[in-house]
Structures are given as structure tokens and as C-alpha cells.
Design a protein around this ligand. Structure first.
Ligand code: 13P
Ligand code: SF4
Length: 301
């Protein structure tokens, strides 16, 4: 990105009274001009407390929707509305409703990687950094439906010692990582610690030294005096290089890339700021119900 483009983006954000929120998987040039960079939970909290009149969400659609659900009085702008999350598209509201009908009395926990309509059919949301805490907040004898990530669900079930009713979805990017990839990398870098995201399969998680959210992996890299094999989207390695330039990190797979997270370019971001479009709009009845599920999660200490 040219220096003048980043200067123009910052000047336009200032002129429009906009705050730019970006996920850790965003391209480095987007992270560089953001007011705040974080994981899904941190971005939800920042969006909720944002005082700026305009929130520009740089991530995928469910993140922009979450910002609008939590702070409906603000104009929420999504520079790449076509950037979805394939996992979020694996569950729909009607299907989740039908599953709930089969399990009367069950609590429905939805990963934040879902549409507003799915959140509206849920009792509580979770992210990768608080999924265990959310499950532990539900009374032991209450059945739990967990959607849509079967890998995160299975990992949290193992950590909590509870059996969960799992939706059969997954992140197509994280699900491609296999134990064979990890073992091959461990042979190459026998001293390296393995840090993976909980969207990875349980058999991959079983080989990891640390399984945590994107923010958790960055913290781990910073705290541990070591080199690392990283089992998550490659954008995080760029961020790690900025946060912890003294650490060596290797991607667990060379092609660990979420194409949807790369759809926002500096040019598109600038155009969105100039036009204050495309905006995120959500049906108010859906928004209010989705808000309940998100709020329930954000109320946890
Ligand atoms: P985090 O909540 O860890 O940022 O993860 C979001 C995501 O989409 C992972 O694929
Ligand atoms: Fe969705 Fe996976 Fe991309 Fe995260 S990495 S946004 S879960 S497709």
C-alpha cells in the first residue's frame, strides 16, 4: 500500500467520524490502518462500546452483523459484503429450530460465526475464546445443542467432560489441517511448540501444545520463549511478526488461507469510507432476539 493511500484512509475515517475495526486474519495493510485489531470476541466488545457514529467492520459478514446487532444506533459499514464465512452458511435458522424441537429443554449455543437469523434462534453465543466458559455456565443436567462447528463443539465437549448435541458444520479452512501435517512440521522443527485454533479437528488438537483463539495464540507466542508451528489462518502470522518480531513462526500448512478474509483491499476500504456504503441492515425483530444471545455471552465475567 502506498503511504498516501494509508494517509487518505486515516484522513477520511477522521472526516467521517468513523472507527475501523479489523480482524487478525485481515491483510497486513488493512490491520495497519485500523483503529482496533482483535479476535471475534474483542471486536464484538469494541463494536458494542464504540462511540463513533460510523463503525467500519473489516472482516467477514458475521462480524459486521454482530457490530450492528450490538450497536444498532451506529452506521455499520462493511467494505466487502460478499465476504462470508462458509461455516456460518452451514446452518440456517429453520434447521436449528427443527433441531431444538427434537430436544425440548436443550439450551442452544451458537458460535458467533453465524448469521443474525441463527443467533436469533439461539439462547447464547460463544466465540473461540469463551466457548468453554459458556458451556460451563449452563447447568450440568441441561442438554446443550452446539452449532455450527462440530470441531469446536467436540473440543469443548472433551474439555468440559460433557456430551453436546453437535451440528455437523466446520470451517473448511481449519478442517483441512490433519495430524499428518502437524507431524511433518514437527519432524522439520522438533523444538517448536504447536499452537492451533479450536476450529481444528480434535485429532489435531490432541497433538497441540496450546489450543486457543487468535488472540490467545498471539499471547502464547509472545509469552513463550520458543519457536512455533501455527495451526490457523496465515494472517495471524503477519500479526505475530508485528507483535513479536523476535519469535519464529511456521504455518502448519502453506495454503492456510481464508479467501473471504482477503476481500477487503485498501482501495475498497477508502471507497467505503468516502461513500459510507455498503451499510449493514438487519430486521429489527431478528436483531433484538440475536442481541439477547450475544448479550447473554457478553454478560459472562
Ligand atoms: P477468533 O474468534 O479466534 O478470532 O476466530 C474467528 C474465526 O473466524 C476463526 O476462523
Ligand atoms: Fe469462517 Fe473459517 Fe474463514 Fe474463520 S477462517 S472466517 S471460520 S471460513
Amino acid at each position: 500500500m502506498t503511504e498516501s493511500l494509508s494517509v487518505r484512509i486515516r484522513a477520511m475515517a477522521h472526516q467521517q467520524g468513523a472507527i475501523i475495526l479489523a480482524h487478525y486474519y485481515q491483510p497486513p495493510e488493512i490491520q495497519a490502518v485500523a483503529d482496533y485489531v482483535g479476535d471475534s470476541l474483542q471486536l464484538a466488545r469494541e463494536a458494542r462500546q464504540a462511540e463513533a457514529e460510523v463503525i467500519v467492520s473489516c472482516g467477514v459478514s458475521f462480524m459486521a452483523e454482530t457490530a450492528k446487532i450490538l450497536n444498532p444506533g451506529k452506521l455499520v459499514v462493511n467494505p466487502a459484503p460478499e465476504a462470508g464465512c462458509p461455516m456460518a452458511d452451514m446452518v440456517d435458522a429453520a434447521g436449528l429450530k427443527a433441531l431444538r424441537a427434537q430436544h425440548p429443554g436443550a439450551v442452544v449455543v451458537s458460535y458467533v460465526n453465524t448469521t443474525a437469523e441463527v443467533k436469533a434462534e439461539s439462547d447464547i453465543c460463544c466465540t473461540s475464546s469463551n466457548a468453554l466458559q459458556v458451556i460451563n455456565s449452563i447447568p450440568q443436567d441441561t442438554p446443550i445443542i452446539f452449532a455450527p462447528d462440530r470441531n469446536l463443539g467436540a473440543n469443548v465437549a472433551a474439555w468440559s467432560g460433557r456430551s453436546l448435541i453437535l451440528w455437523d458444520g466446520c470451517c473448511p479452512i481449519h478442517d483441512r489441517l490433519t495430524p499428518e501435517h502437524i507431524k511433518a512440521m514437527q519432524e522439520r522443527y522438533p523444538e517448536a511448540l504447536v499452537a492451533v485454533h479450536p476450529e481444528c479437528r480434535p485429532e489435531v488438537v490432541a497433538l497441540a501444545d496450546k489450543t486457543t483463539s487468535t488472540a490467545g495464540i498471539l499471547k502464547y507466542i509472545d509469552e513463550m520463549e520458543a519457536e512455533f508451528i501455527i495451526g490457523t489462518e496465515q494472517g495471524l502470522l503477519n500479526t505475530a511478526a508485528v507483535h513479536s518480531p523476535h519469535r519464529r513462526c511456521y504455518p502448519a500448512r502453506e495454503d492456510f488461507i481464508c479467501p473471504d478474509m482477503k476481500k477487503i483491499t485498501p482501495q475498497r476500504l477508502l471507497l467505503s469510507l468516502e461513500r459510507l456504503q455498503p451499510t449493514v441492515e438487519i430486521d429489527e425483530a431478528v436483531r433484538q432476539r440475536a442481541y439477547q444471545a450475544l448479550d447473554c455471552m457478553l454478560q459472562l465475567p
